[in-house]
Ligand binder design. Structure first.
Ligand SMILES: Nc1ncnc2c1ncn2[C@@H]1O[C@H](COP(=O)(O)OP(=O)(O)OP(=O)(O)O)[C@@H](O)[C@H]1O
Length: 273
């Protein structure tokens, strides 16, 4: 279980967010929503121990993450960053195999089991045909799928995904959401815990997720999607009228008004008042 209490996040001494509390348990999906620049990636990097917290604590299975080695953190948490091209050409299979590194000793080479796990992860995402393609020459969406496969191969209890569907086409978005849902129910007796950020509130409804809605450097609401993603909260956070409707199949969808209004962009760090 990952638990952040009264967390302050940011760069240098300027906090971007304060008083943030985040908990994710095995078998649970937590969706992080908030406008561009509100600090979602910064929060993820802090939760993963990649950035020092400015205040508060991050506990992984009850232990402060700041005192853990990277290898120990990687055994418990897999991170799917926003897709980028590496400076050196690697085969997609090699990138997925990197997810196994946390499970190997310092000088050990990946063996048969690791290769099988990497191939299985590619197969689960339906991209086994990319195994020997040059990762740096894949499309943004294909690279994103390879990074998700790397997280699956890592077999960590928690997976943190930074906008995992951002560059995916309509079909692959649905496929990745389905995969996320399956992950929380399978693999271990309790299933993986998943934290993901998204700009699409409909995804939180589709996943029946818990939602943490960020606004002005804090958490506006935290709870089941239906309680948090109300018309009032969405309109406040995104700065335009939003209606929430229920389709004939019972799924809720969010419809922003298309009349012109200024977009919400949080670009300034909070000053401690
Ligand atoms: N290394 C850094 N040093 C200083 N400021 C940074 C650094 N990285 C990001 N920022 C700033 O922190 C703020 C939050 O960025 P962050 O990437 O966490 O937002 P986000 O909510 O993930 O945004 P988006 O939804 O657009 O991906 C932004 O104003 C950004 O410019």
């Amino acid at each position: 279980m990952l638990e952040a209490r009264d967390l302050s996040i940011g760069y240098g001494k300027m906090p971007l967010g304060i008083g943030l509390s985040v908990t994710v348990r095995p078998g649970e999906i937590l969706c992080l929503l908030g406008p561009n620049g509100c600090g979602k990636t910064t929060l993820f990097r802090t939760l993963l121990g990649l950035l020092p917290q400015l205040g508060g604590s991050v506990l992984l299975n009850g232990q402060p993450i700041s005192a853990m080695t990277r290898a120990r953190i990687a055994q418990a948490i897999a991170y799917v960053p926003q897709a980028h091209a590496p400076p050196f050409p690697f085969e997609a299979l090699e990138v997925v195999l990197m997810g196994r590194t946390a499970r190997l000793g310092a000088f050990a080479q990946p063996g048969k089991t690791d290769r099988a796990a990497a191939r299985d992860a590619l197969r689960r995402l339906g991209i086994q045909d990319l195994a020997h393609r040059d990762y740096s020459r894949l499309s943004g969406g294909q690279r994103q799928l390879v990074l998700i496969a790397r997280a699956l191969a890592q077999q960590a209890a928690l997976i943190v995904m930074d906008e995992p569907t951002a560059s995916l086409d309509f079909g692959n978005q649905a496929q990745v959401l389905a995969q996320i849902e399956t992950l929380t129910r399978s693999a271990t007796a309790e299933g993986h815990g998943v934290i993901l950020s998204t700009h699409d509130p409909d995804q939180a409804f589709a996943l029946n997720a818990r939602v943490l809605l960020m606004h002005r450097g804090g958490v506006l609401a935290d709870g089941p999607a239906a309680d948090v993603l109300t018309e009032a909260n969405l309109s406040t956070v995104y700065g335009l009228p939003v209606t929430v409707e229920t389709t004939s199949s019972g799924r809720r969808i969010c419809l922003p008004s298309l009349r012109q209004s200024a977009p919400t962009m949080t670009s300034e760090a909070l000053t401690m008042a």
